[in-house]
Write a protein that binds this ligand. Structure first.
Ligand SMILES: *Cc1c(COP(=O)(O)O)cnc(C)c1O
Length: 488
């Protein structure tokens, strides 16, 4: 029996919910940059509840206090908007989730929701696990999922080791994601989802998402897309048929590099054969309120606000770094010690045309600098050095400005050799199928002036000519206190 006190809190909660829906309707009418800057934090919320703070406050509190037992009861039954306990929800995390949901849905007319996680890997794990439940009505063979093999190294490990080796859930690898027949051949009655990374890290593989989405829905399966490399400023997969997007927000979205964080963004009423109405209706909210409440992979409020501050400028940043990367790629392409350059913005790239159908700078048609839709290809590129693994290390070791780090999407340019870093765990065989040779350098151009990055690349490649490493290069090889680090 529900007493009157609980009912009054529920009614107040409904009024708050109604007000909030109206706010969302208004903010959805704004352009991308306005949404990125303001998100779901309204002036009314600032003035009435947060002492006028124009920036979203960091609620570093583990839990929420309730006025009385009635409000607590209504809150813990999820009958009123509430956050209870920071493992489940938190106001600062809510601002982060709100803006990411709006940006992924931008321009699509779709209603979206978002669930924040402590990392991109946690976002992937939280997304795929609910589809891998045992289904007593479907004894069949072992469960499987179909995913491209051109995926981030951590994703490769999660799929190959944690899912396939440890749990016997087969990963059916798509070698050529452009081949729709290959996708279709791999799907059977025990398939639970389709998964791909667009563009992929580091090789920028790309596929025709609309065709794969059509296939996946025809087979009653959800399509999950990792869209970390593009960010919603360039590409919004939900609009092209994906059911769920995962983001490693740690990367370009939170470019200043203060935090690791992730997000799952879904549209309403996803396609799946799993018999769970709540999950189908609103996937991200479902995992937030149930499985993740129990598993606890959620983000810290401090990290959420750090990321939020970067998200505000994502569109203009992606524009700048895309233009700079284009210039750097064109330089490298002409260099005598470079075997090849992989960048979707180069017309010579075999996927340039396909990528150009999907990757556009959001709102460029409303940007006075452009006045039309313009393609932008992001800041991930890779190149192969002539002369094999040793020559590649020599060039890499000679960088003076570009940091050697297994990272990407930073405001500072970073580079890595995937074969010895991000993709080392998957072994030679795994690298071969993912096409990661040992002379590949992944480069992520940051916010510096591109001429300075070109200068750095030129002097580093110049060492292959027998040119000396410039004397300014400090020698860290002897170690000592200044280079002492924690073991990885
Ligand atoms: C980095 C990355 C991830 C993993 O994200 P974390 O935040 O590091 O856990 C997943 N997918 C892609 C494409 C990535 O680049």
């Amino acid at each position: 029996m529900e007493n009157r006190g609980v009912a009054s809190f529920v009614q107040a909660g409904q009024r708050a919910g109604e007000w909030h829906r109206k706010y969302l309707e208004e903010i959805r009418k704004c352009r991308f940059d306005t949404i990125a800057v303001h998100g779901v934090y309204s002036m009314q919320e600032a003035l009435d509840f947060n002492q006028g703070s124009i920036i979203e406050p960091v609620y570093m509190s583990t839990s929420q206090a309730y006025r009385n037992s009635d409000e607590m009861e209504a809150g813990l039954a999820y009958q009123i908007p509430t956050w209870c306990y920071t493992r489940i929800a938190n106001p600062s995390v809510y601002y982060y989730e709100g803006v990411l949901a709006l940006l992924e849905g931008y321009g699509s007319g779709l209603e979206t929701s978002c669930m924040a996680t402590a990392s991109g890997m946690a976002a992937i794990q939280s997304t795929v696990d609910p589809f891998l439940v045992d289904d007593p009505r479907k004894p069949g063979g072992p469960k499987n999922f179909v995913a491209t093999c051109q995926v981030y190294g951590g994703t490769f490990q999660q799929f190959a080791i944690r899912k396939e080796k440890e749990r016997g859930i087969e990963w059916r690898k798509i070698q050529n994601p452009l081949d729709l027949d290959e996708w279709e051949r791999n799907i059977d009655e025990n398939t639970r989802f389709l998964y791909g990374e667009i563009p992929s890290n580091p090789l920028l593989s790309f596929f025709d998402i609309e065709k794969v989405a059509e296939l996946s829905h025809r087979c009653n399966l959800p399509l999950i897309i990792d869209s970390t490399v593009a960010t919603p400023a360039l590409f919004r997969p939900l609009q092209h048929g994906a059911d769920i997007v995962v983001q490693s927000v740690s990367k370009s979205l939170a470019a200043s590099g203060f935090t690791i964080c992730g997000a799952v963004i879904s549209k309403k009423n996803i396609t799946t054969g799993i018999d769970n109405d709540e999950m189908k209706a609103d996937f991200a909210s479902y995992i937030k309120l149930l499985p993740n409440r129990d598993n606890g992979p959620n983000i810290s409020p401090m990290n959420a606000i750090m990321a939020l501050n970067d998200i505000r400028t994502i569109r203009t940043r992606m524009d700048t770094v895309s233009c700079s990367t284009q210039k750097v790629a064109e330089f490298l392409q002409e260099h005598k010690f470079v075997e090849s350059v992989d960048y979707l913005g180069l017309p010579s790239h075999e996927l340039h045309e396909l990528a150009s159908r999907y990757l556009f700078l959001a709102d460029s048609e409303h940007d006075p600098r452009y006045g039309e839709k313009v393609n932008r290809y992001g800041h991930l590129m890779s190149f192969r050095v002539k002369g094999g693994a040793q020559a590649t290390r020599q060039v890499f070791d000679a960088f003076q400005r570009i940091f050697r780090a297994t990272d990407l999407g930073r405001i500072k340019s970073v580079a890595t050799i995937p074969a010895i870093s991000t993709h080392s765990q998957q072994g030679e065989e795994g690298r071969k199928i993912a096409n990661i040779p040992d002379n590949l350098i992944r480069l992520c151009v940051g916010g510096e002036h591109p001429d300075d990055i070109i200068r750095d690349l030129d002097q580093a490649l110049g060492t292959l000519d027998g040119r000396k490493v410039p004397a300014s290069a400090p020698d860290y090889s002897s170690g000592g206190a200044s280079s002492a680090r924690l073991a990885p």
